[in-house]
Design a protein around this ligand. Structure first.
Ligand code: PEP
Ligand code: MG
Length: 872
């Protein structure tokens, strides 16, 4: 087998699977060499040789030693230097090269080939004994640490002890002093470690290669591989190349160059160059670093800057993306050491991708694939300007991205009052409940002391796109005094704080925020995505604010309007409670009559905002007790406002209590028990459709969605009521309304019976939240307690409530799709659970052939991009 692969400017042995066989560094050097770029000549020992050596055991196999001897002879010929030579000694830099960046494996060993004799040869060649001996010292130290396992701090002590004894300053000043230091090191290795520093360069090389191979097994590296799922036998390559004396003099140095200015996207060399060695910089008093983009920098650069620019361009053109190149200059001669894709912020990534398309270097599809959809999140929300000094009061969970500044309000009511006065507020609660939702809506952001990233506050905040930090447990609220305590610091209602929902920080005072921009490159990228995707992207929205922001983010309709959310605010909850507490149908109808105009005007507004785009409205879904008061004070208040006895109210609450509310009296089960609720909701929808249609001129085609169906007859029953109301309203108004009736598919039985249910449903929307809950039999509200353990133990890889469980829940969805299309080929199929906005899940939905995904407004751009990636 071929163990060794050579490279030098203009030629390289490159195996087909270069990254696998040669590791990142080795493959990259071979690539640069093959592009006729100036790399130092050298060779890479392939991972196959590692595998062979590890199989053999401790010593480096004879066959590899023989190959190494051959490789050195070749390198000697190329460099016109000799390994251990009496003139122009060949010195090597030896580096481990894994398939990906890997912590724990051996560091580079430089100047392999220096010994007691060649150090003087080198000193004579360069006419610089300090440089030669400094290099030798560095070699001895790294060799001793890597190969002999010496303790670096002990080597440091030897150096210090010798300094004391000999009385020199920073480092030895004469050859004699250097030799004395080197002798000390050697004596230490002999006496304390019992090993002799090899004087033969080949022995040095064998030792370094062997120890580098062995470093694969270090615990840190093993842990890294386990964490990232990298197989243990992937193996390590080792690269050796001729040393470049980049620290030799002020004609030398080390640099990093970028092919593009990442903020502007402009094709223009930038980067830094560190001149000479640090010590020489101190002596020379020259600026240690020069800016390659500046005119003076280019003038001070000790090699040809135009040549460097040309080389970097060549790499960029080959890779088709902005690159970052590490290079060295040794006495005026330029060498490229490594290239990689330039690291960039999400905004820079978009800028560069769009620019590359403009320049014709890549296709739109390629630009789409290069942007991580999740990274868009950062761009859609305000961010904190990090330049300012920030006083961090506490750190919680990053529950909903974006930064917000406002005055502290401790209750939803106070938040509302303060906002009415024109003040910006941050709602600060121990935790939040449904009755806090209106406070969350008016607040700039939400901070809670308890809860994680799936707590009520977190879920609601993400849905409405408000920044949120949860679980800032070091803070304490004193509700009576309306104070917030952060250690000794006491903040009062009205004091300003800032929260960063991306980092979880709670910051004192107001901070300058950067507003997001949805125009420019972002818009261009979205156009690319819209051209490439097949699936449509709708939004889950109830309020006008959500609907408008979703439109701004490019939503193509509403895929889920949860009508219950419309009943929590102000008077609405009162009418809702009245309806729930009514003892008979007549009483319910009376309360519902109060809700009708409210619902109607809500729907009119949504229809207007959506201007003819589809709007899916779901009938009431949650169990009724969710709308009832919980605390004693609230119960007393409610009893008073509704003019009922407190005892009666308590009785009703007790009667509605359920052991498993999520499996209880909810969804279409409510519609069947209380058809008058369906009738009023349907009426509100049809009347609104007619009125909005008249106002705007856009025909409104409402889609009415029945939740939690498991039996076809449930849907028959509810659809029948809806159809009857439709006929009534049309007769009353003398207008026709086109509408659709469909169902959520969120129970396993509905999937099994999807073919039959599809006969009565115009559309299906997979409710993957409840579906995941019921397929797994895991309560979505209690999952947090143990799913994290499951993930830590590797029992599941991802939270199935965030990313669709393809093998289980996904398999069922595919089955539902297939069955539904069998009986109704033109059925519209979508998904509206949380997973509808998750890129990995979207890839699955594309494969499954769904027509659309629906997600919270702020996820719409993410979904557009992810849907495009999935379609490419
Ligand atoms: C679902 O169950 O997936 C769904 C979208 O409905 P909800 O989250 O309101 O139960
Ligand atoms: Mg549901």
């Amino acid at each position: 087998p071929k163990r060794i692969f050579h490279f030098r400017r203009g030629t390289a042995d490159r195996p087909a699977d270069a990254a696998e066989a040669l590791g990142l560094k080795g493959a990259n050097l071979a690539l640069l060499a093959s592009l006729d770029l100036p790399v130092p000549p050298g060779f890479t020992i392939a991972t196959s040789a590692w595998r062979e050596a590890i199989g053999v055991g401790e010593d480096l196999p004879q066959a590899l030693r023989a190959d190494l001897r051959g490789a050195i002879e070749d390198l000697e010929a190329v460099t016109e230097r000799r390994f251990g030579g009496d003139r122009r000694p060949l010195l090597l830099a030896v580096r481990t090269s894994a398939r990906s960046q890997m912590p724990g494996i051996a560091e580079s060993v430089l100047d392999v080939g220096l010994n007691d004799r060649t150090v003087d040869v080198l000193a004579a060649e360069l006419n610089d004994f300090s440089f030669a001996y400094r290099s030798y010292r560095r070699f001895i130290e790294s060799f001793a640490v890597l190969v002999f396992g010496a303790d670096p701090s002990e080597l440091e002590e030897i150096f210090d002890a010798e300094r004391e004894r000999a009385g020199w300053g920073e480092e030895p000043c004469s050859v004699a002093e250097w030799r004395a230091l080197i002798a000390r090191y050697q004596a230490y290795l002999d006496d304390e470690i019992g090993l002799v520093l090899p004087q033969t360069p080949l022995e040095q090389l064998y030792g370094v290669v062997e120890a580098s191979f062995a470093s694969w097994r270090r615990p840190v590296a093993v842990a890294h591989r386990v964490l990232h799922g990298i197989p243990e036998n992937a193996g390590l390559a080792v690269t050796a190349h001729a040393m470049i004396f980049n620290e030799r003099n002020l004609n030398s140095g080390t640099g990093r160059a970028l092919s593009r200015h990442l903020q502007s996207g402009e094709s223009r060399l930038s980067g830094e160059f560190w001149l000479g060695s640090h010590r020489q910089q101190e002596i020379g008093g020259r600026p240690p670093v020069i800016d390659l983009a500046e005119q003076e920098g280019a003038a001070a650069f000790p090699a040809d800057i135009d040549e460097l620019t040309g080389f970097v361009r060549r790499i960029e053109a080959h890779v088709g993306d902005a690159v970052e190149v590490e290079f060295m200059v040794g006495d005026g001669e330029l060498f490229l050491m490594q290239s990689r894709l330039a690291r960039r912020t999400p905004a820079e990534a978009i800028r560069v991708a769009v620019e590359l398309v403009k320049e014709g270097l890549i296709e739109e599809a390629e630009a789409i694939l290069r942007i991580d959809p999740a990274s868009l999140d950062q761009l859609l929300h305000p961010t904190i300007e990090r330049s300012s000094d920030l006083v961090v009061l506490a750190r919680g969970m990053p529950a909903s991205p974006g930064a917000a500044t406002g005055e502290i309000a401790f209750t939803a009511e106070r938040a509302q009052e303060m906002v009415n006065e024109g003040r910006a507020v941050i709602l600060v609660r121990t935790e939040t409940y449904p009755e806090d939702i209106h406070g969350m809506h008016v607040a700039e952001g939400v901070l809670t002391i308890r809860g994680g990233t799936t707590s009520h506050a977190a879920v609601v905040a993400r849905g409405i796109g408000k920044p949120c930090v949860t679980g800032a447990s070091s803070l304490r609220i004193n509700a009576a005094n309306r104070t917030l305590h952060a250690g000794d610091l006491v903040l009062h209602e009205g004091d300003r704080i800032t929260i960063d929902g991306a980092s979880g920080e709670v910051i004192e005072g107001a901070v300058t925020l950067q507003r997001p921009s949805l125009t420019g490159d972002f818009a261009t990228l979205m156009e690319f995505a819209d051209r490439a995707r097949r699936m449509r992207v709708r939004t889950n929205a109830e309020t006008p604010i959500e609907a408008r922001s979703a439109r701004a983010f490019g939503a193509e309709g509403i895929g889920l309007c949860r009508t219950e959310h419309m009943f929590f605010e102000g008077d609405r909850i009162r009418a809702m409670r009245e309806m729930i507490l009514a003892s008979d149908e007549a009483g319910r109808r009376e309360a519902l009559a109060k809700l009708l105009p409210i619902q109607r005007s809500d729907f009119i507004e949504l229809f207007e905002i959506m201007a003819g785009l589809p709007v899916t409205i779901r009938l009431l879904d949650p169990p009724l007790h969710e709308f009832l008061p919980k605390s004693d004070t609230e119960i007393a208040e409610t009893a008073a406002t509704l003019h009922v006895e407190e005892a009666v109210l308590k009785q009703r609450i007790a009667a509605l209590e359920e052991f498993n509310p999520m499996l209880g009296h909810r969804g279409c089960r409510l519609a069947i028990s209380y058809p008058e609720i369906v009738e009023v909701q349907a009426r509100a929808i049809f009347e609104a459709a007619i009125e909005a249609g008249e106002k705007t001129g856009d025909a409104v085609v409402p889609e009415i969605m029945v939740p939690l169906v498991s039996l076809r007859r449930e849907l028959d029953f509810v659809k029948d009521r809806i159809d009857r109301v439709a006929a009534q309203v049309m007769a009353e108004r003398g207008r026709t309304v086109t509408y659709q009736v469909g169902t959520m598919i969120e129970l396993p039985r509905a999937i099994v019976r999807a073919d039959s249910i599809a006969e009565v449903a115009d559309f299906f929307s997979f409710g993957t939240n409840d579906l995941t809950q019921t397929v797994y039999g895991i309560s979505r509200d209690d999952a947090g307690n143990f799913l994290s353990t499951y993930m830590r133990e590797g029992i599941i890889e991802r939270d199935p409530f965030q990313t669709i469980d393809v093998e289980g829940v996904g398999e069922l969805i595919a089955m539902g799709v297939e069955k539904a299309r069998r009986t109704r080929p033109d059925i519209s199929l979508g998904v509206c659970g949380e997973q509808g906005g998750d890129p990995a899940s979207i890839a699955f939905f594309e494969q499954t052939g769904l027509d659309y995904v629906s997600c919270s407004p702020f996820r719409v751009p993410i979904a557009r991009l992810a849907a495009a990636q999935a379609a490419i």
